[in-house]
Design a protein around this ligand. Structure first.
Ligand code: GTP
Ligand code: ZN
Length: 385
């Protein structure tokens, strides 16, 4: 499969421009290293911009810079998932995220805010202050923290339009539109292009080509593991496999990912018709490895796999399937037989134009450690075991 056999750019007028895609990707890196980014938004027709720093990592120096932007009369807000806010005593609001503003800047300390944001810590009372709904820009900032695979919690201060330009120039800070952040995942998926391929014989399938697809913003590559030479004019047997460092690489028994990955490769090889495993870089159902380890710590305290995600401020499943659909399209496959027990993968692929002609069950025996995990997927996530 060569690049020339494939790409015809997807005509999608709703996509954000490539320049915005790159800016969001740069902002993800800034947030991860504790830098401030500036986010523009509007609520009820009125501009509301914020300077944002991630609650993780949060240094006193970074927080001080944010307070300097705000001026001495304005305390920063910490934006938290509702579930965390509830555990800290907030009661009224039902929005998924809410902001807490303490009465004075003197109460604000980076360690304290870091503790407030950390759902693994039990805390006593908050400083005096009040809760308020979040703005569009703060909502986008939470999205950015999720894209950065950080805890979905940020610290913000308001910034006027004039101040925004001055700050961007004087402190070399990135300015982002909320719409660009919200449109990032789609545009990044649509921008995937084949960048390399090689033959990689595997233990369970000798005739294998691994093809790497990279998004234009330089984000993580997704991989197509093409087994034998599947025909393009009939439904191809595929598996969508979401990255799982613990299960795929070190043999974790907490999940069923390792057996599912190896099992899919051998089942496709045995079919004699060829097929594809798409290895998608959405570790931990899209929350990232570090947050998955946090979710495991919560599961060790009694939360199930779905509630643990939500306790951290994520959806139970944050995965997207446009990258998979885009890779299939570029390789010339329109219709698939999908190895899965997860109905969301069927609807996810179909919503991006791939025909799923059949679901092929993909169940493996439990191992003495993952019974509750599998049972939860069946009982609560609708998995078809
Ligand atoms: N957040 C979180 N992610 C987990 C947990 N256990 C496994 N995962 C992740 O879940 C994903 C496993 O997904 P898959 O095996 O592709 O899909 P599935 O939803 O189980 O559906 P199937 O196709 O039926 O296997 C991987 O990204 C794992 O890292 C957990 O307890 N918490
Ligand atoms: Zn796993």
């Amino acid at each position: 499969m060569t690049q020339s056999s494939a790409v015809t750019a997807q005509n999608d007028s709703n996509l954000i421009p490539a320049t915005d895609l790159v800016t969001v990707s740069r902002a993800v890196a800034d947030l991860r290293r504790g830098e401030i980014v500036l986010v523009q938004g509007h609520d009820n027709g009125e501009a509301h911009n914020v300077a944002v720093i991630a609650a993780e990592p949060l240094s006193q120096h970074g927080l001080q810079r944010l307070c300097d932007i705000a001026g001495s009369d304005t305390a920063p807000a910490i934006v938290l998932p509702r579930v965390r806010a509830k555990s800290l005593g907030q009661t009224a609001k039902d929005d998924p995220f809410v902001a807490f503003v303490s009465d004075g800047q003197s109460d604000v300390d980076a360690n304290r805010l870091g503790e407030i944001a950390n759902p693994l810590l039990d805390l006593d009372a908050l400083p005096a202050g009040e809760w308020r709904p979040i703005s569009m820009a703060e909502n986008a900032a939470i999205r950015l923290a999720k894209l950065a695979r950080l805890l979905p919690a940020v610290v913000t201060v308001p910034v006027s339009a004039d101040q925004l330009e001055t700050l961007a120039r004087a402190q070399n800070l990135l300015v982002l539109q909320s719409e660009s952040i919200n449109g990032y995942e789609n545009a990044s998926a649509a921008s995937l292009r084949q960048v390399s391929e090689a033959r990689v014989p595997l233990e369970d399938a000798e005739n294998v080509t691994v093809i790497a697809f990279r998004p234009e913003d330089g984000g993580q590559e997704h991989l197509a593991i093409v087994i034998d030479e599947p025909a393009k004019d009939k439904p191809v047997l595929i598996r969508l496999h979401s990255e799982c460092f613990t299960g795929d690489l070190i043999g974790s028994l907490r999940c069923d990912c390792g057996p599912q990955l190896r099992g899919a490769i051998s089942e496709i090889a045995k079919s004699g018709q060829g097929g594809i495993v798409l290895y998608l870089r959405q570790e931990g159902r899209g929350i990232g490895l570090v947050n998955k380890l946090r979710a495991y710590a919560l599961q060790d305290r009694g939360f199930d796999t779905l509630d643990a995600n939500e306790e951290l401020g994520f959806d139970a499943d944050e995965r997207v399937y446009r990258p998979a659909a885009e890779m299939l399209r570029q390789m010339g496959f329109e219709s698939v037989r999908l190895l899965t027990n997860n109905p969301e993968k069927l609807t996810g692929l179909e919503s991006w134009g791939v025909t799923v002609s059949e679901r092929v069950p993909h169940k493996f025996p439990s191992n003495g450690h993952n019974e509750f995990y599998l049972q939860t997927k069946k009982d609560r996530a609708g998995h078809l075991f």
